[in-house]
Design a protein around this ligand. Structure first.
Ligand SMILES: [Zn+2]
Length: 244
């Protein structure tokens, strides 16, 4: 059966983890059965190792912005790759809200190399550094595969990245309508909540919930005039193609 997959969320975040059973039950009620959760630090890696349930997949990465992501986590990531515990490397990338570009770039290159060695997809986190990221990929990892989480950049950036084996993952903070349309037409897309982050403001909740994935996909369905079932089938097939 083809279900909805939340391509990016943070199950280990206290706001979700403290009420996990209800979060999952509410999501399943509306047809969301698979979750790709992102571990950002040692503590979250351990949470994922101890909290698995059917439908939960997870990735781990040294984040360019999150304070508790540290370089020392790299040793742990090698172990996770060897043990085949994670399905992707990430979220990793570049973030211009911090002034430590050299460190960010070094860590990114190390992790892209890890993904290549273990043939794992990559989940990218990028804030206002898409051109820099594209340069790095073009020069070092043109065959990288994975997806750009929380994609909300311009048409021009979309055109640059669509040449790679990278999908575009959309959440409540969508790009301009013309870019959403181009992504849906292109076909290589995912949907994500990024819960508990990125709450849809009009829903007036304290934080984002897993069940809100449906709200996000409905918005995209309306904006692109595309049947919800078509979006559902495509994101599911993209998930299977990428993760087997
Ligand atoms: Zn995230």
């Amino acid at each position: 059966m083809k279900d909805f997959i939340d391509a990016h969320c943070h199950l280990a975040d206290d706001r979700i983890a403290s009420n996990l059973a209800e979060e999952i039950t509410e999501a399943k009620k509306v047809g969301i059965t698979h979750f790709i959760s992102s571990a950002l630090c040692q503590k979250e890696i351990e949470w994922h190792q101890n909290s698995s349930f059917p439908g939960m997949f997870w990735s781990a990465g040294i984040h360019p912005y999150y304070d508790e992501s540290v370089e020392q986590d790299f040793e742990m990531m090698i172990k996770l790759c060897n043990a085949k515990e994670i399905i992707a490397i990430g979220e990793i990338g570049l973030d211009n809200r911090k002034d430590n570009f050299d460190w960010q770039k070094k860590i990114l290159l190390m992790q892209l190399d890890l993904a290549k060695n273990y043939d794992l997809p990559v989940v990218f986190h990028t804030v206002k550094q898409y051109y820099e990221l594209e340069k790095i990929l073009k020069n070092n990892f043109p065959k990288v595969r994975g997806f750009l989480h929380a994609f909300n950049a311009s048409q021009e950036i979309f055109e640059k990245f669509k040449k790679y084996d990278l999908g575009f993952s959309l959440n409540a903070k969508t790009p301009k309508d013309e870019v959403i349309l181009a992504i849906i037409k292109h076909g290589f897309y995912f949907f994500e909540t990024d819960a508990p982050y990125m709450r849809p403001r009009v829903l007036n909740e304290n934080f984002n919930h897993l069940k809100n994935l449906i709200w996000i996909v409905k918005q995209i369905s309306q904006k692109t005039n595309t049947n919800l079932e078509i979006l559902k089938e495509r994101q599911f097939n993209n998930f299977c193609d990428m993760f087997g």
